[in-house]
Design a binder for this molecule. Structure first.
Ligand code: ADP
Ligand code: GLC
Length: 505
């Protein structure tokens, strides 16, 4: 594994030109943590004086929020018969924003990846191949902007073709591919490869082919000059059969170019001392005020208002990754625990939505769920809960445990990926050296999760000062962006200095 420890906190070298390519960015459009990262890392890089620019598809929601926009170029991209408009605006006050406007592909309301029927949009390959080709045009200064980036920062499979398409270009910028989640790979059949008119040499085991399929993510994994994941532990995990989805061999092969950089969080937007969405501001010096948020949350979720209840919160996509099945399995047992409540917010797989809704009726007054996406309620759950449940089967980084720490909501997490890197288990030793911040368990099973919850309940009923100390230790940990942003700059420079040799033999 590549080490990224030799970075200096003061940047003395020349500013870089960075094109940050992403399929979602908060506050323009969000389905999960990728949007949080895309919305909060670029402003910090801008603050460090780099010329960073963002490029996204022009989904209608984004266009509406990004107004005013102007048309700055018309692009003629191979594999696509219609000309594509490039729109330009401003993101976060001072960051140039480019939107790739192909109405036939992006002008649809709702989730950027999934249609109203809950299935992937059938033309996702065309949509994101076009997005990648527009990014390539920007990369090669062929988009009429008189600007060529030094590096393209690609994120997840939706931008995976970029490093592959750029690779044979003489005057190309460097590429960094960030893996936010290896489980989503952009896999399509071979005829799609042909339909997209991708260069034929890319159809190879060393290129985009993956067991007879076209894999977008392989474009990033095989061709990018540098690779990283969003936590050091996940960077190790994906090199193993358990977490690698068959890509572990390739990742091990590229080990010297792979690293892990922990995500940061936006300390202004997620700040209990000034959060406009919560009822009562508080900080680590006024922890007791958090109780007011608990009472308000109980009211909002239809749970009995009771300060002494032990309130477990959950926010997230309702998918297998998040260990929802473990929570479901435990609900009958949790409902038996006196004075325990569960408040959940999420949307995702219909079977999980249904099972959780049923449970909330069965365990009325003990468990409440809000199905859907609700940014403001998410803040209130962080502010009002005592503990936050995150029993993920795998978790590349995870942001909610970081928000929880900041809001004095003690996380209960599985020891995997970024959860393992950010939460310190309560043990006699960690209590003694005051490093403990949460409850950590190892096996992805309901009994293991139960054991961690039991430990939390038991600890909660010790003298209140013990719990306060635990929560406040978490609140005072620093997960802000600057440290991680500087590691990204270091990686950009390494990518620029040592391009990847052509992987195709
Ligand atoms: P992932 O990216 O795997 O979904 P993360 O923990 O990195 O997981 O980030 C999830 C982000 O999405 C957090 O900001 C979380 O608050 C938010 N989120 C997820 N589901 C919902 C929801 N139903 N309503 C509001 N916010 C949500
Ligand atoms: C992914 C991961 C999550 C991570 C987020 C942002 O969606 O599932 O763990 O925090 O990306 O990097």
């Amino acid at each position: 594994m590549d080490s990224i420890t030799n970075f200096s906190l003061t940047e003395s070298q020349a500013p870089l030109k960075v094109l940050f390519a992403t399929s979602e960015a908060q506050p323009l459009i969000k389905t999960g943590g990728l949007a949080d990262v895309s919305g909060s890392l670029p402003p910090v890089l801008r603050h460090l004086n780099h010329d960073i620019r963002l490029i996204l598809p022009a989904y209608p929601e984004v266009v509406e929020k990004a107004i005013p926009l102007k048309e700055v170029a018309t692009l003629y991209l191979s594999g696509h018969s219609e000309p594509v408009r490039l729109l330009s605006g401003v993101f976060s006050g001072n960051i140039p924003l480019y939107l790739v406007d192909a109405p036939g592909l992006f002008d649809r309301l709702g989730n950027p990846y999934v249609g109203p029927d809950g299935h992937d949009w059938p033309d996702n390959a065309q949509r994101f191949a076009l997005f990648c080709r527009a990014i390539v045009a920007m990369a090669l200064n062929q988009a009429g902007q008189n600007w060529q980036p030094d590096i393209i920062h690609c994120n997840d499979w939706q931008t995976g073709l970029v490093p592959a398409l750029l690779h044979h270009e003489g005057n190309r910028p460097a590429t960094l591919f960030t893996i936010h989640n290896l489980a989503y790979q952009g896999l399509f059949d071979r005829t799609t490869f042909q339909k997209l008119q991708l260069p034929s040499e890319l159809w190879s085991h060393d290129g985009l082919e993956f067991h007879g399929k076209l894999s977008f993510i392989k474009g990033g994994l095989a061709f990018a000059d540098r690779l990283n994941t969003v936590s050091p532990t996940y960077a190790h995990e994906i090199c193993s059969t358990e977490f690698g989805y068959g890509l572990e061999g390739l990742l091990r092969h590229r080990d010297d170019r792979l690293s892990g950089i922990l995500n940061g969080i936006d300390y202004q937007y997620w700040n209990p001392a000034a959060d406009a969405y919560i009822h009562q501001y508080f900080d680590s010096n006024s922890f007791e005020l958090k109780q007011t948020n608990k009472l308000q949350l109980q009211k909002e979720m239809g749970l009995p208002q009771d300060k002494s209840a032990f309130l477990l919160g959950y926010i997230g996509r309702l998918v297998e990754q998040k260990g929802i099945d473990l929570i479901l399995e435990l609900l009958p047992k949790l409902a038996q625990v006196e004075n325990l409540q569960v408040a959940m917010l999420g949307s995702g797989l219909p079977q999980f939505e249904e099972a959780l809704s049923d449970a909330s009726e069965r365990y009325l007054g003990k468990m409440a769920i809000h199905i859907g996406y609700n940014e403001q309620l998410a803040h209130r759950i962080e502010a009002g809960s005592d503990c936050f449940l995150m029993p993920s089967r795998f978790e590349p980084c995870g942001l909610n445990q970081l928000y929880s720490l900041r809001y004095g909501t003690v996380p209960i997490v599985r020891r995997t990926g970024g959860l393992a890197d950010t939460v310190i288990d309560v043990t006699p030793q960690s209590l003694l050296d005051t490093s403990a911040t949460g409850f950590v368990f190892d096996h992805p099973t309901a009994p293991a999760l139960w054991e961690a919850i039991e430990r939390a309940i038991e600890f909660y009923h010790r003298p209140a000062s013990w719990w306060q100390k635990l929560a406040i230790t978490g609140m005072r940990r620093d997960f802000s962006w600057p440290n991680s942003a500087i590691q990204y700059v270091d990686l950009y420079r390494k990518a620029i200095l040592s391009p990847t040799p052509n992987p195709i033999k």
